[in-house]
Design a protein around this ligand. Structure first.
Ligand code: HAM
Length: 439
């Protein structure tokens, strides 16, 4: 049997791998200007990290988490018919997103001691959601995310959004085809009353809305704004707007975030129906969409403030804010706009072996060049010289170093420029210097 990759996953190699590496390099360059440092957290966490953080009523937790059991634990689950017999520490899931695990790490490693300075960190890696697979929606996808813990200053909300837009621009996205949506979701002071209003609104319109929204009225009424059913969305367009229900503190925070965005010259659209799919958000939320060529999966990133999440993960009250972007979605947008993020394979020097008795000299030349920091490729299959030149072209070689019996006898090598086809002989011990002068 020839095994196939699981549905909704991808093998990353070649140009696509170069694009993923390039995207991470752009993130590192951009985010380091804002003094973010990198972090890597485990790809699996205790289920409770996600249940507490993301919320029990979200689709991500209810329907999309991949559970992980080691052999012995799996036998236990099979025997008992559920994971109830496992200690919480043995109930594991692949991370569906990065924020909950990051906050777990911040609590466990005391990133923000009481009164300490804010911590700014970014990450890149695979995330896992058992979603219905379609273009731009995978089961293993890659996110780059950035998070800040320890400050509630609205200037920080604006800076995080400005940094996100800087990142898209640096990737080469056409910013006239990108739109930034912002909203405020209120806080524990004003949201409960708003949730109550939305609940009543849904119940009043229950006969026009889907069964799932009827359930949402009690579990998570704001999610009705995101219902996939067009009729529900039409009905919800007339629902009360959070902007009219914010408490004074949240309204002031939101106004200041927008004022800072104005000052930074970052264009945004206010979307009072933007609620996001994860429960931890408070106050500022935002999403970035591409306006053409992406079908229904147009969101290339999103985030917001999560001032209550540290406590939900067992830490001291600590405000937080962040975002994540999807690699695969951004690639669809870049491809649609004709931007080649991967670029060509980096050039190299090819060392060609013109006769079997030159093999050892080729080995030594490769060794010397690589030790001098040059990217070098050679032949390992005894190919003809003509075929080695073809290989050199394939590998995008700038120079080809040829070693044949004549060169060997003269203690020299021939260095050939692959573009101009000019070539010269240089002494074997002058090879590194000659190559350095030419590349
Ligand atoms: P999210 O909106 O669920 O937020 O995901 C962020 C981005 O990941 C999306 O905008 C999209 O580009 C990409 N994405 C999500 N699901 C998929 C999928 N199944 N296939 C391909 N791409 C996908 C979060 O994950 C939050 N943790 C963001 C955040 C960080 N909020 C605060 N800090």
């Amino acid at each position: 049997m020839q095994a196939k990759k699981p549905e909704g996953t991808e093998d990353l190699f070649g140009a696509r791998m170069r694009a993923w590496e390039r995207m991470q390099a752009v993130a590192r360059e951009t985010f380091s200007r804002y003094c973010f440092s990198a972090i890597e957290t485990p790809a699996m966490e205790q289920v409770d990290v996600f249940v507490h953080g993301i919320g029990t009523s979200t689709d991500v937790v209810r329907k999309e988490m991949f559970r992980v059991f080691s052999g012995a634990n799996f036998a236990n689950v099979l025997e008992k018919g559920s994971e109830a017999g496992l200690k919480p520490g043995k109930r594991l899931a692949l991370r569906p997103e990065g924020t909950a695990g990051f906050v777990r790490a911040a609590v466990e490693n005391t990133f923000v001691p009481q009164g300490g300075a804010p911590v700014k960190m970014w990450y890149a890696g695979p995330m896992f959601r058992g979603e219905r697979v379609q273009k731009g929606r995978l089961r293993q996808f890659h996110q780059i995310g950035a998070e800040v813990l320890g400050a509630s200053d609205p200037a920080l909300d604006a800076e995080v959004i400005v940094m996100l837009m800087d990142f898209y621009r640096a990737l080469g996205l056409d910013m006239s085809r990108v739109r930034l949506l912002v909203n405020s979701m209120g806080d524990p002071a004003c949201r409960p009353a708003y949730r109550g209003k939305i609940r009543r609104f849904i119940l009043d319109h229950a006969d026009e809305m889907c069964d799932e929204c009827a359930v949402r009225a009690d579990t998570n009424p704001l999610r009705a704004f995101d219902c996939k059913n067009d009729r529900c969305r039409e009905v919800m367009a007339a629902a009360p707007k959070i902007a009219d229900e914010l408490c004074d503190e949240c309204a002031d925070h939101y106004a200041r975030v927008k004022a800072y965005l104005d000052e930074a010259g970052v264009a945004y659209e206010e979307d009072p129906t933007l609620v996001r799919g994860l429960d931890y958000y408070t106050r500022t939320v935002f999403e970035v969409q591409v306006t053409s060529g992406m079908g229904s999966q147009s969101a290339i990133g999103g985030g917001g403030r999560y001032d209550g999440l540290m406590e939900l993960e067992g830490g001291k009250p600590t405000p937080g804010i962040g975002f994540a972007v999807g690699f695969e979605r951004i690639m669809l947008a870049l491809e649609d706009q004709g931007v080649d993020l991967a670029g060509p394979e980096p050039s190299c020097v090819y060392v060609a072996c013109a006769a079997p008795e030159c093999r050892d000299a080729v080995f030594s030349a490769c060794l010397a060049l690589r030790r001098a920091g040059v990217r070098v490729e050679a032949d390992y299959q005894g190919r003809s010289l003509k075929s080695q030149f073809k290989q050199a072209d394939k590998h995008n070689a700038r120079l080809c170093v040829v070693i044949g019996p004549d060169e060997l006898a003269a203690g020299a090598v021939t260095v050939r420029d692959m573009a101009s086809h000019e070539q010269e002989q240089v002494p074997m011990d002058g090879l590194v210097e000659a190559v350095r002068n030419l590349v």
